[in-house]
Write a protein that binds this ligand. Structure first.
Ligand SMILES: [Zn+2]
Ligand SMILES: [Zn+2]
Length: 110
């Protein structure tokens, strides 16, 4: 699979339609630092997430095959269908963002 994606990237051709030039990459997060995501509590989860880098799908896409789901966020068709099924409840997202902002503020005041 990795070799396949590399080949597509070198071509500079969209991995979906295989015709148009690559303009975007899928931003769907497929792994968090290659760890299994099990945390004892929410604090552990937040700590881990703030320290690691995301691994994203990175499938090369053209403008036509990518679906824009937010600022600088594009998804391939496969992950777009997943995304619409697994959308987190709004409250949970909001809570997460608030916690992250608080954490950032705490860090900068130290
Ligand atoms: Zn395409
Ligand atoms: Zn994808």
């Amino acid at each position: 699979m990795a070799n396949m994606i590399e080949a597509f990237s070198i071509d500079g051709v969209c991995a979906i339609c295989r015709r148009n030039p690559v303009k975007r990459w899928c931003d769907y997060v497929v792994a968090y630092d290659n760890q299994i995501i099990f945390f004892r509590d929410y604090k552990d989860f937040v700590d881990a997430n703030s320290a690691i880098s995301y691994e994203t799908c990175d499938l090369p896409l053209c403008d036509k095959c990518a679906t824009n789901v937010g600022r600088d966020r594009d998804l391939c068709p496969h992950h777009m269908s997943l995304h619409s099924q697994v959308k987190l409840p709004e409250e949970y997202q909001r809570l997460r963002q608030i916690r992250e902002k608080q954490k950032m503020r705490n860090n900068s005041s130290n």
